[in-house]
Design a binder for this molecule. Structure first.
Ligand SMILES: C[S@@+](CC[C@H](N)C(=O)[O-])C[C@H]1O[C@@H](n2cnc3c(N)ncnc32)[C@H](O)[C@@H]1O
Length: 224
């Protein structure tokens, strides 16, 4: 049995607050957190006054009672489209490390069959399904490992994203430690779903210092 079969790496509160601050929406906007864990994004969103929040989490044992989270797999859940914002930290698990039941779910999934293969990891389907669920001009703000921005086998994912919209902002944290139990090079990206091609420049901020992240660093990243 895999010790962390669901890829549970909880996002620090300051990172969730930072990511919520990147959203350009209003208080009535429809928001989705597809893999809410202990609810750090839900708390950050509620603190800002957002009301229409839907959330999914596969592991009942970590859902906190005060957050109305649906205990169901985001991958198979039937969800009405049209979100203004989808935000979170999707689970990152390599295919070879996925439990058989999770592989079976992917093998039965139309989007996985169309855009992914066994070189993709679990987070790919969260990105693709999230984009499917956004409205035109809806925003996707995720924190993920950085590798898929560069690797050849993630070309299908990148091409899918460029067909359906554009990146607006990418924050590279490189080796900066962000998660307590994981040492992985991390990015935060903001992607806009759009059927129109955009010539707007992508804002790219890079942080190289191998130093614990804090609010001042995040403020500098945002204004740089
Ligand atoms: C990287 S953690 C992030 C949790 C939370 N969003 C945060 O940022 O602290 C990913 C979460 O996805 C959940 N998860 C894994 N597979 C899932 C699925 N198929 N549907 C919904 N949630 C899932 C895990 O249990 C875990 O809580």
């Amino acid at each position: 049995m895999n010790k962390n079969k669901y890829g549970q790496y909880m996002t620090p509160k300051i990172i969730a607050d930072f990511m919520v601050s990147l959203a350009n929406i209003n208080l009535e906007s429809r928001i989705l957190e597809p893999s809410s864990g202990e609810g750090v994004f839900l708390n950050a969103l509620k603190k800002q006054g957002y009301k229409q929040i839907t959330a999914y989490e596969i592991d009942k044992s970590i859902i906190k009672n005060n957050n109305n989270v649906i205990n169901e797999s985001f991958i198979s859940a039937k969800i009405a489209k049209g979100f203004d914002l989808i935000i979170g930290n999707p689970p990152y698990i390599r295919w070879k490390n996925l439990e058989q039941e999770l592989k079976d779910e992917l093998l039965n999934n139309v989007l996985w069959g169309k855009y992914c293969n066994s070189l993709c990891d679990y987070s790919s389907i969260f990105i693709i399904k999230a984009i499917e669920l956004l409205r035109e001009n809806g925003q996707l703000i995720f924190i993920t490992p950085e590798y898929w921005i560069n690797t050849t086998h993630s070309a299908i994912l990148r091409n899918y994203m460029l067909d359906y919209g554009c990146f607006e902002e990418i924050y590279h944290f490189n080796e900066t430690p962000i998660f307590a139990k994981a040492t992985v090079s991390t990015i935060i990206f903001k992607f806009i779903k759009s059927s129109k091609k955009s010539n707007k420049k992508i804002k790219i901020a890079k942080f190289f210092k191998n130093k614990k992240i804090n609010e001042d660093i995040l403020k500098t990243q945002k204004s740089s």
